[in-house]
Structure formats: C-alpha cells, structure tokens
Design a protein around this ligand. Structure first.
Ligand code: SF4
Length: 482
C-alpha cells in the first residue's frame, strides 16, 4: 500500500514554490474587483481558455456589462463579439445572455450556495465551487483537472473523475485548504507539475512525491528540436465519458499537431459542440454503424490534402476502425484493431483485418510514407506486458497475434518507434480497471506508432505519457521531422 503523504507539508511547500508564478485569472479578478458577478462571469469565460485570453475578454465585456442589468441589454451576438476568442465563445455567449434572467430570481445577486449556483446557465460543479470559494470566501473545493491530476499523482486520492476527487477531498482535506487548493495547484500544474512532461528534476517535492503514473520530462535531445510535428495517439475508451474527465483541457495542454483517437464509441450526432469544435483543431470522425461501439477520430491543426474513411472493405469499415489523413509527404492512420475477444471468438476476424491493413499500408507506401497509430490490441513481446506467462492463451498475447506483429515488423518492414528509444521493461500503455492495476503498473503496451522503413529517419522521438489519466489507456507520442 502507498505511503500517505503529509498533505499540509505538500501544499505549503508548493504554495511557497509558486509564489512568483502567475495567479489564476479568476483569483486576480476576485482580488481586484471583490465583485461576485464579475467572478462568476470570468469563471464561465475561463473554461478551456488560456488565462491571458480570459483576462482580456473579461475586461472588454465588463466595460459594457459590469452588472446583470447591463448584461441583459446586450444581444447574444454582441456578447459573442466581445468575448471572442475564448474557447467555445458561442456557447458561452448563449449562457451569458440567459444569465440575467436566471439571476432575477435571486434579486440580481449572485447566490452563495452551490445548489443555487448550479441552477444558472453555464455553471457546473467546478464553476459553482470556484465562485463560492473565491467570490465569497466560503468553504468549497473547486477541483479542476490540475487538482484532480496532482492529487492522484500524490496518491492522496485514488479517483477517476474530478467529481469523485472533490467528494474524496471533502472527506479528508483539512478545511483550511479548501478555498486555496485550486489556485495553488492550478498555478503549480501550469508551471511545474505539467500534464505532459512534468518538471520533476526541478520540483521542490521531487524526493517525497510518489510520482504515481508520471513520466518526467526528458531533458536531453528532443526537448529543443525545432521543425517537428508532434503526433499523439490515444484510446479514450468512450469520448463522451472522457469529456467529463477534462478531455478537452488535457488535449489542449498536450499541444500536439494531430491527435489520433480510438474507441470513440459515439456517432457524430451524439457529440457535444465542445467535442466537435476544440479551438485550433478540425475534427474528423469515422464511427461504427453499431451505436456505442469502436470508432476512430482525428483532431488536427494541419490541413490534410485528403481524408480517407476505412479500408474499402465493408466488413471492417462498418466497425469504424481506420481513418486516414493524407498530407503532401505522408499518410497518417488512426486505427482501432479488433480485439480477439473472450474465448478468442474474434481471433480469425482480427487476423483478417490485420492482413488487410498490412496490404493497404504496402499500397499506400508506394505513393508516400506511412505512419500508423492506434490501439493494436496486441503486446508484441514478453517485455511488453507484466505477466507474459499467464497470458499466452489470452486475447492480445496469443502466438497468432504476436506472429502477425512479428511479420508486420520483419516482413512488411515497419518500425515500432517506441522501441527505437526505449528498451526498458514495464513501459505500458493500458491497464485493466480491475485490481488497482494502474497504480501497481500491472499493464500492457498495446498502443503504438509504427512507420514504414523509409520514414524511420524522420522519427525524432517516441514516448508514452503514463501520467495522463482519463482512460484505461494512456496516450503515446511520436515526434516526427517536418
Ligand atoms: S510529479 Fe514531479 S513535478 Fe509533479 S509534484 Fe511530483 S515531483 Fe513534482
């Protein structure tokens, strides 16, 4: 069992370490204005938006609408213009245009309780807690993705959603930290304990921190390389489920050029606007015909010359397993390989899919380089899973699946990019949800970036982001020369 950290010592140490870092914008507005209405509006604007953008948008809006009554005079379009370019500005403009009417029941005063705040448009638990604590200085715990993530890294809680973290903290966090914990850990999470590549080598807690699931930044080689693309692949195990765990914020923090997603488990018409329109990215979706099953997607900052859906084989394409972005010099494919299934019922289907995919890649390769990413649903070698001996008859490690992977690398000449840089054991990308497997690192490496032989020289780095939570898989990364 993990040793329990001294939370008071951790938070006070971090508070001291970040005293010269930027204060989160909502705290700043609270200190400067002491106005609950402005705190509420700024908090709504701040979701999925950088602090600098929130600060400027809030300032522009408050010149025209410093009170609910003044806000009521503005049209939704005027509000949208004033707050652009905050993330999801159209949705937020809609919420803000309805806010004065909702506040009327409270005599145009911002209510002080979480339950009352939750009745207002655009206000979820995180916003409500933040307003109660920051605007009114009353005990409430705002848990944003940084608080949720860092509390789990410290193993102070073991939870899989911010909501569960809030509930767990309400039971054990000393009340004197309830109001301040969010601003402390947001500043710390933005500057030092970053979601991708935390700066453990310069962190004041490095000798005491459990570093649960963390891959510290690499200090050599690729960190400073210019002219490279960053590609990420992530099996999210249900995009609508992971949205509730801060997916949009995590994706923005990763700051990748393209993110390939697997197991979306959703049709495009089931997706929220927030998922379809992440600022800076265009999304592409290939879903299974069966609802809530399989499905792949891309979020891309780069404009492809073409988008290709599937392999051109109906029995595979109806399961939404392959999506390809074509660029001038390469193809990038996001792939969700079939699972051989319980009792290996789908092993034959899987091997057929694998062979069709390999053939497809060899065709593409005649025109341009090929980069494949995704959940291959196979651990290639014994080093790629914790308990190889116990799993030889199980889906994902059968001799047949591994033999195909051997052939894909030897016969088809594809490179498993991660193993170009890392030959260590216990480098996993998937852990069962059962038996606390992730905290014990009892996992499998089944998510890959592979490239054809000719593209090998463009591979600059490959890594696994074990610290990124939200799914039973973690993201894997490829840095690729432009
Ligand atoms: S994970 Fe690294 S950066 Fe984060 S608190 Fe621990 S030592 Fe510090």
């Amino acid at each position: 069992m993990a040793t329990q950290i001294d939370i008071e010592h951790f938070l006070l140490t971090v508070q001291k370490a970040i005293r010269n870092k930027k204060v989160p914008v909502v705290d700043l507005i609270a200190v400067q204005t002491k106005d609950p209405f402005k705190v509420l509006v700024a908090t709504i604007l701040s979701a999925r938006t950088k602090d600098e953008v929130t600060a400027k948008a809030s300032a522009r809006l408050f010149v025209r609408a410093a009170t609910p009554q003044q806000l009521a005079i503005l049209s939704e379009e005027e509000i949208a213009k004033l707050i652009f370019p905050v993330g999801f500005y159209k949705t937020k403009a809609r919420h803000l245009s309805r806010l004065p009417a909702a506040l009327a029941q409270f005599d145009y005063l911002v209510p002080k309780t979480i339950n009352e705040l939750l009745t207002l448009p655009g206000v979820g638990r995180k916003t409500a807690n933040l307003v109660v604590s920051v605007a009114f200085n009353l005990p409430a715990i705002c848990v944003d993705t940084h608080v949720h993530r860092i509390m789990n890294i410290w193993q102070y809680v073991t939870t899989d959603t911010p909501e569960k973290t809030e509930m767990a903290l309400r039971k054990k966090l000393p009340q004197r930290f309830w109001i301040s914990v969010n601003s402390i850990l947001v500043a710390f999470g933005q500057s030092i304990c970053r979601p991708v590549g935390p700066l453990c080598d310069s962190c004041v807690l490095t000798d005491q921190c459990p570093k649960n699931g963390v891959t510290p930044r690499r200090t050599k080689k690729m960190a400073t390389t210019q002219n490279q693309y960053t590609f990420v692949s992530w099996n999210v195990n249900g995009i609508r489920a992971i949205e509730k765990k801060g997916f949009v914020e995590i994706l923005q923090e990763m700051n990748a050029d393209i993110i390939g997603i697997q197991e979306t488990k959703a049709q495009p018409n089931q997706l929220s606007d927030n998922l379809k329109n992440i600022p800076g990215y265009t999304s592409y979706w290939h879903s299974a015909e069966k609802k809530g099953y399989s499905g792949v997607a891309f979020y891309s900052r780069l404009k492809p010359v073409a988008v290709h859906y599937g392999l051109g084989i109906e029995k595979f394409d109806c399961e939404g397993r392959v999506l390809t972005l074509e660029f001038d010099s390469f193809y990038l494919l996001t792939i969700y390989f079939p699972n051989a299934g319980e009792g290996l019922k789908r092993l034959d289907y899987k091997l057929q899919f694998n062979n069709a995919l390999e053939k497809h890649c060899k065709q593409l390769e005649k025109k341009k380089d090929v980069i494949l990413c995704g959940d291959f649903n196979v651990a290639h070698k014994e080093i790629d899973l914790k308990n190889p001996k116990n799993n030889v008859k199980n889906a994902g490690f059968t001799p047949e699946e591994r033999r195909w992977m051997d052939g894909f690398i030897d016969r088809a000449d594809y490179i498993d990019t991660f193993r170009m840089f890392n030959q260590e054991p216990e480098q996993y990308s998937w852990w069962s949800y059962r038996f606390n497997a992730r905290s014990k690192n009892v996992g499998w490496r089944i998510d890959y970036f592979c490239v054809n032989k000719n593209a090998e020289k463009k591979v600059l780095d490959a890594k696994i982001l074990q610290e990124v939570m939200g799914s039973d898989h973690c993201p894997v990364v490829l840095n690729y020369a432009q």
